[in-house]
Design a protein around this ligand. Sequence first.
Ligand code: HEC
Length: 273
Amino acid sequence: MKNTISIGIALMLGVLPPLTFAQEKDATEAEFEKFRTEMEDSNPAELFEMKGEDIWNEKRGPKNVSLAESCDLGKGVGVVKGAYAAMPRYFADAGAVMDAERRIVWCMVEKQGFNFDDIAKKPFQGRNDTSAPDITNLVTYVAMHSKGMPFAVPLDDPKVKDAYLTGKEITKYRAGPYDFSCNTCHGVDGKRIRMQNLPNISTAAGAIKGVQGWPGYRMTGGIMLTHQWRINDCFRQQRFPEPRYASEVITDILTYMTGNANGQIYNGPGIKR
Ligand code: HEC
């Protein structure tokens, strides 16, 4: 699969006619979009989803229970349909607003008895890892069941609204050696770094680009990554220390960004370059 994809890209780049630099960037972008659309018809994310489904249904952990029989993602215990598109949301049992990944981790710890630090040791798939962590497979499985549904973050809940506003503040906060904030790169329309378009996450049109396609199968490396990973990696881009895994800061940002995308249709786990 990995090889087919890299050959696909090589061919795609190879056949481009000579153009000016700016034109070439746009043409490459358009070609990539076309390629991605084609790829998404047989999306490798499905393999991760299938693994996630098995893990969701399996009795696991020190308490030997399955997530299917114990984990409430906001739609009732074990219900995955529509849950991803309606998160982050407030969970009274945890006393916190949580995005999908944070909530599943919470269930693994509270319901199945797993140790948080063990999960946090290696929460994301690395370039050289042959398989994705359980949590990534689980998130992919859950996300797949919101495909075709509109984002519906419950911003009328004051606790969710609070997280949204905190997220908004965080995206404006400038610090670090370069004095960057998220908005330095993502706060205006039409910015790019190298070949990559940087979505303006403060607008509805930009926010959907920031949330669409996550969790995503990354063609560079052939690995599956979650939305949490994306935000963590942007903290690195920003030259900030990376936040603790599944922390509130990430949920706040996801609440802000997903909230801004409310009402727009989620296309399910996607493909990223
Ligand atoms: C130094 C510039 C920079 C800063 C600062 C930065 N990012 Fe990014 N961001 C990037 C780049 C580069 C990408 C990758 C784009 C790609 O791969 O197409 C990206 C990608 C993203 C994406 C995914 C876009 C997509 O197409 O899926 C999101 C969401 C995002 N950033 C959010 C944030 C948030 C939130 C912050 C603040 C915590 C932040 N970024 C800070 C440069 C930055």
